[in-house]
Write a protein that binds this ligand. Structure first.
Ligand code: PHE
Length: 314
């Protein structure tokens, strides 16, 4: 019996041998049933055999289990030196990235960030900006109107009104956000993004505006940027200008609008125009991102196509 146990090759074999020995009809079971009738010496022999056999079964079981584990370890080897799957890391969208850069620049100039609602009322988007109903300038921006007379804000200029209403003058703020107009081609999307700057104090002049725009663009594009201003028209600034910057190929690129805040706008926000004056500017930050990162189709910004982002170096 002892040899039989020692020669067992598998756990299954061991299990059936155990059943033959200690099972209901097992040989050892039968012997143990008789111990009550045996002499002390005979009983001692049976008990000793019982203990020994049980130990042998136990040892054999451990031996076979270890062998099985070792065999498994040998075949299921993990090669830690193998190449892993390529890791895909997320990156910031070019728009988010350029917004962060622009915000950091304006904050370093002392401008404070403001936000406002994307669905605006008529007052903040038009009227307070010196653009009353029937003013022809409302046609400059093909607006999405709601049935209740509200509008998807056409410009972040609405936020400068909210800021001035709230804090009065002096004020140095900027605002960023989505803006909406009915237009769609490679350089215009129905939803785009603007940045707006406003600086009102007692001695703010056009020179401050020009210096701010130039410093902002130079910092953003990381080189000395030449700018020029051209006379233009916005209802909420007087004088009004458009500002261009000179690009690498020597061409002038139109960047945005600006001007000295119209006295009517200040009055609408309870600021005394005889005491305070200042400038405002607004431009599309999508355009800035396109130029900086050399991207040529604005619509791609909103497609969510990860291959385009990757191919563009993001
Ligand atoms: N709101 C104007 C636009 O959307 C830009 C602008 C902002 C012009 C501030 C002047 C001052 O075109």
């Amino acid at each position: 019996m002892k040899d039989k146990i020692k020669n067992v090759q598998s756990l299954e074999e061991l299990q059936s041998l155990y059943a033959e020995t200690f099972g209901k009809n097992g040989t050892m079971t039968a012997k143990l049933k008789t111990v009550a009738t045996l002499s002390n010496e005979e009983r001692a022999v049976v008990n000793a055999e019982n203990t020994e056999l049980r130990q042998l079964f136990k040892d054999k079981q451990i031996e076979l289990e270890n062998a099985a584990l070792n065999a498994k370890l040998a075949t299921e080897f993990v090669d830690v030196s193998l190449d892993t799957q390529p890791e895909n890391r997320g990156t910031l969208h070019p728009l988010t990235q350029s917004l962060k850069e622009l915000s950091a620049i304006l904050e370093s100039f002392g401008f404070t960030l403001w936000t406002g609602p994307e669905i605006e009322d008529d007052w903040h988007n038009f009227t307070a900006l010196n653009t009353p109903e029937y003013h022809p300038a409302r046609d400059m921006q093909d607006s999405f109107f709601m049935e209740n007379g509200n509008v998807m804000r056409t410009q972040t200029s609405s936020i400068q009104i909210r800021a001035m209403e709230k804090t009065g003058a002096p004020i140095k703020m900027f605002a960023v956000g989505s803006t909406y107009r009915k237009e769609m081609d490679a350089t215009h999307a129905p939803m785009f993004h603007q940045i707006e700057g406003l600086y009102i104090d007692k001695n703010v002049t056009m020179s401050d505006l020009i210096a701010t725009l130039r410093a902002m663009l130079s910092r953003f594009f990381e080189r000395d940027i030449e700018i020029r201003i051209r006379p233009s028209y916005f209802p909420f600034t007087e004088p009004s200008v458009e500002f261009d910057m000179k690009w690498d190929d020597g061409k002038w690129l139109e960047m945005g609008g600006a001007g000295m805040v119209h006295p009517n706008v200040l009055k609408n926000c309870n600021i005394n125009p005889d005491e305070y004056q200042g400038f405002a500017f607004g431009f599309g930050w999508d355009r800035m991102a396109m130029l900086k990162y050399d991207l040529n189709d604005l619509r791609k910004f909103y497609d969510g196509d990860i291959r385009w982002l990757k191919n563009s170096g993001f």
